[in-house]
Ligand binder design. Structure first.
Ligand SMILES: [Zn+2]
Length: 58
């Protein structure tokens, strides 16, 4: 019965949790940009953007 039991066990590991990622600068979980492995919130990203080589075109 081990096979059947494992089929009904919920998977604990989730790849894309909503609040799993923290800003590595200020530690917030809100608005964290995970794209490109930046791992910074919007606020900190704006500060670090220049150093990271992102340029705002306005
Ligand atoms: Zn931050």
């Amino acid at each position: 019965m081990a096979v059947i039991r494992s089929m009904f066990q919920p998977k604990k590991k989730r790849k894309h949790g909503r609040e799993n990622y923290r800003c590595r600068k200020c530690g917030t979980t809100k608005g964290v940009i995970r794209k490109y492995g930046i791992l910074l919130c919007r606020k900190c990203f704006r500060e670090e953007a220049k150093d990271l080589g992102f340029v705002q075109y306005n």
